[in-house]
Design a protein around this ligand. Structure first.
Ligand code: ATP
Ligand code: MG
Length: 575
């Protein structure tokens, strides 16, 4: 189909040369070189390291596809490691949801499920060793004082007055920090590196802080918790991770990553950090803090609200793992930050559902059509193809009778010139059935159209001789006596502006107030009502792709509109 052709130039931000021979992106290229050079004994072990402080979003999918995908491609392994170093924000609800979402994407960590909290004893021992070697000290200044001494990229920082305590005193204080003898915020353990370093991250970074909130796994055992920079590289090391792939904001952290890892590594094995650009999507936000706010303040209906960029939200909306992988593949992995167009993601899901979704008839804004020359109680069964894109998919039958629902928008009393749908004295085909001719309308006392009247031509039944007579328009329809009422939830962009994160002020003021419209009394064909199970995808003829929502009950099926049929991306890319 013409509209599905996408020239490669439209790939949002492919760095020239980033897709090298063999279809490898630049990260995979590095991995290939390391493997060829026999580094780490020729092993490949990646990891995906989510902090369980929120649900995964489509940005995380980009990281997951890289981490698990590269392992798959080169016969390596990928660990799942929960980066649970901050008990104040983390929760098992998130842990379970994260595992569900990774499995949904089609990846599995097998027996390689780890937690950074597993390494608290080893990290603590390393901190003790560094204190003894004069490489770390306890600072009793407030966080404001520490920040004020940090300097700027062009102005060197100042040493803390506590910087030159003896190792014995530091060790004693550190132990007592962990015993709970000092209040939260009163002390930190800092690495003693260089307050004048060009790299701000080297200006005596904080290794440990005091937190009294119990940890969901280790309870009250610890009162000190390692900072990201002191936990991440070492956790990679303890697990035997060879390639620690993360996003570009960690580029300035890399020297520190290497500094701490060097405390452990030898020349037979050392993990390597590689960074790629984040996924950012138009008309939404990707910050977990902001997404949490939307949920907590009931600005959306939970983490899995179909308007959310979360994986559970996208799943509920009707996005498939294949469509997400296709999108990530199209935007690629580069070294440049970019804003990716949501229309491209929509293009990917439309392409996937076009291949797999069963076609059904649904009338969302119904008006009654009466075929005045069709017998009162006659019902015919019309054969409808389940999916013309898939010859194996077969067909199903749909009842046809004297009274039918059609879309109100498919009729106009006084149509403009190029209106090829129904209007007085004009003919259209009813999809899979007959050609009909409009003979008039019946109106209520206020002049609203109550019924459209037409006659059908018995010689034109689809699939029979005579059916080849051509008319310009084809309408979808649902038989009135067998139709079932359903609910449809129509979605628009969550935010009213393309890049809400770039705007000043409160991001919540930028929400699109019309992002959800609920339609009730939508008429569906009986076969659809029998089929529909939560998560099933359908193409409603002429309307778009829809997915059955888990809110559906025995009495009422609820559909989420996944995406319309019109491909705005293909259209844009042709301009
Ligand atoms: P925060 O650290 O602010 O809580 P985060 O989104 O970085 O949020 P993590 O749980 O630390 O959350 O992320 C896990 C992994 O997913 C990290 O390796 C991170 O680099 C990657 N990741 C997060 N957001 C994106 C994104 N938008 N695009 C690509 N990768 C991402
Ligand atoms: Mg992070």
């Amino acid at each position: 189909m013409e509209e599905n052709k996408i020239p490669t130039e439209t790939n949002d931000n492919i760095e020239p040369g980033s897709e090298m021979a063999g279809g490898l992106n630049f990260v995979e290229q590095f991995i290939k070189e390391d493997l060829a050079a026999g580094k780490n004994g020729g092993r490949l072990n990646t990891r995906f390291p989510p902090e369980p402080n929120g649900y995964l979003h489509i940005g995380h999918a980009k990281a997951i596809i890289m981490d698990f995908g590269a392992a798959e491609k080169f016969g390596g392994t990928c660990n799942l490691r929960f980066d649970d170093t901050n008990p104040q924000k983390e929760d098992t609800e998130y842990v379970n949801a994260i595992m569900e979402d990774i499995h949904w994407l089609g990846y599995d960590w097998e027996d390689r499920l780890y937690y950074a909290s597993d390494y608290f004893p080893k990290l603590y021992a390393l901190a003790e060793r560094m204190i003894k070697e004069g490489k770390a000290y306890v600072d009793e200044q407030t966080s404001e004082q520490i920040a004020a001494q940090k300097g700027t990229p062009t102005v060197p920082g100042q040493n803390s007055p506590y910087r030159d305590r003896s190792p014995e005193e530091n060790l004693d204080l550190f132990h007592r920090m962990n015993n709970g003898e000092f209040p939260e915020g009163s002390m930190v353990l800092r690495a003693k590196i260089d307050m004048a370093s060009d790299n701000m991250h080297f200006r005596d970074p904080i290794m440990y802080r005091i937190i009294f909130t119990p940890h969901w796994r280790t309870g009250e055992k610890w009162k000190v918790y390692p900072m990201y920079d002191f936990a991440h590289g070492q956790s990679d090391y303890f697990e035997g991770v060879t390639h620690s792939i993360c996003t570009l904001e960690f580029v300035p952290h890399r020297p520190l990553y290497e500094y701490f890892v060097q405390e452990l590594a030898d020349d037979t094995y050392c993990p390597r950090q590689i960074e790629f650009n984040r996924l950012n999507l138009t008309y939404t936000v990707m910050s977990k803090r902001k997404l949490l706010q939307l949920v907590q303040e009931n600005l959306v209906n939970g983490w899995d609200d179909p308007r959310m960029p979360t994986l559970c939200g996208l799943r509920r909306r009707g996005y498939t793992p294949a469509s997400i992988k296709d999108f990530v593949n199209r935007i690629g992995y580069t070294k440049y930050e970019a804003l990716n167009h949501i229309e491209l993601l929509e293009h990917s899901v439309r392409e996937d559902l076009n291949k797999h979704a069963t076609r059904v008839s649904v009338v969302q804004n119904p008006v009654k059509l009466v075929l005045t020359n069709y017998p009162e109680d006659k019902v015919e069964l019309m054969s409808m193809d389940n999916n013309p894109e898939d010859p194996q998919s077969g067909s199903h039958q749909m009842p046809f009778g004297r009274e039918l629902w059609i879309e109100r928008e498919d009729f106009m009393e006084n149509p403009p010139k190029k209106f090829f749908r129904l209007s007085p004295d004009k003919e259209v085909r009813l999809k899979g059935a007959y050609i009909i001719k409009c003979t008039g309308v019946k109106k209520d006392s206020e002049g609203n159209i109550e019924e459209i009247h037409a006659t059908y031509d018995p010689e034109t039944r689809s699939g029979l001789p005579g059916a080849d007579r051509k008319v310009k328009g084809t309408l979808h329809w649902v038989n009135v006596s067998t139709a079932i009422d359903a609910e449809v939830r129509d979605y628009d962009r969550l935010f009213a502006v393309e890049n809400p994160s770039a705007k000043e002020g409160d991001f919540r003021d930028l929400l699109n107030p019309d992002s959800l419209k609920v339609r009730t009394g939508v008429k569906i064909e009986p076969w659809l009502a029998e089929q529909a199970k939560p998560g099933d995808h359908f193409q409603f003829q002429r309307l778009g792709y829809y997915t059955v929502d888990p809110d559906s009950t025995d009495g009422l099926i609820v559909f989420n509109k996944t995406i319309g049929l019109k491909d705005t991306w293909a259209k844009q890319s042709k301009k």
